[in-house]
Design a protein around this ligand. Structure first.
Ligand code: CIR
Length: 259
């Protein structure tokens, strides 16, 4: 089972009100002051679960920069700086680099480069295998470059088409112990048939993006059916309010890099 001991988060900026939104979860704008409070509680929970968390300053130039999961993919052996195709997000890869360099040597840091695109929200680890979502943000070439990099460290990869919303991990998430939360569409993916899948009810779709940390599962507040299912699997649960981030499609995994 994966054990995390480090994380990076970035405080939300006021410009998050201009963050990209599909409108899938809400048509409201975030309330910044509430987002700050929710972010602090999220960070504290990661610490309580045993992680040493590096908290980066807010970056007003990049409205979505609190979603640090996207500009990099990090594992114990190396870090991969991604390449978002969205103009307002692409510069985040430069901003995350100094933080990555405090943990990894130059020969452990890799980059997804043009014409490859990728965001970390599309990358899901199961044991030593990465499922890479092909989405509006991650393309075949990005997935190919990613595979070439992680293969050096003994990881395998395969791709999954993201046919709804933003990222793979909004519609399928691995909770270790062979357990997965999925949308009805992702439930049909042939490669996922080997897992113990729970199809999250339509009104709780946002809760698919729950987050396994060292035996506990963080679940977004207000999703009782998904929470009850996770508890029935035997996991202790920490309920976290991410309502303000939800308004711009942000959820639990997006708010940190963990390794
Ligand atoms: C975006 O559209 O890029 C942000 N508003 C949300 C990013 C969420 N990130 C994630 O799921 N990994």
């Amino acid at each position: 089972m994966i054990e995390f001991d480090k994380a990076i988060v970035r405080k939300p900026c006021k410009a998050m009100l201009e963050g990209i939104s599909t409108g899938m979860f809400s048509d409201e704008s975030p309330v910044y002051e509430q987002a700050v409070v929710q972010h602090a509680a999220y960070t504290k929970t990661l610490e309580e679960l045993g992680l040493k968390v590096l908290v980066l300053d807010k970056l007003e130039e990049y409205p979505d920069s609190c979603f640090v999961e996207d500009p990099a993919v990090v594992m114990k052996e190396c870090a991969i700086i991604t390449n978002s195709p969205r103009k307002s997000r692409n510069g985040e890869k430069i901003e995350i680099l100094p933080a990555i360099q405090t943990f990894f040597q130059a020969n452990q840091i890799f980059h997804i480069t043009e014409p490859g695109t990728m965001e970390g929200g599309d990358v899901m680890l199961v044991g030593k295998h990465y499922f890479v979502g092909l989405s509006e943000r991650t393309n075949e070439e990005g997935a190919r470059q990613f595979n070439e990099i992680v293969a050096k460290y003994g990881y395998t990869t395969s791709t999954v088409k993201v046919t709804e919303g933003l990222h793979l991990k909004d519609f399928a998430i691995y909770l270790e112990n062979n357990n997965m939360l999925v949308s009805p569409n992702m439930n049909e993916v042939p490669e996922f048939q080997e897992f113990n899948r729970f199809i999250v009810p339509a009104e709780e779709l946002y809760a698919i993006n729950s987050l396994y940390i060292n035996g506990t599962v963080m679940v977004p507040a207000g999703h009782p059916k998904t929470q009850a299912h996770i508890e029935s699997l035997g996991y202790p649960v920490k309920v976290i309010n991410t309502d303000e981030f939800k308004k711009i499609d942000g959820s639990l995994t997006c708010l940190s890099l963990r390794w």
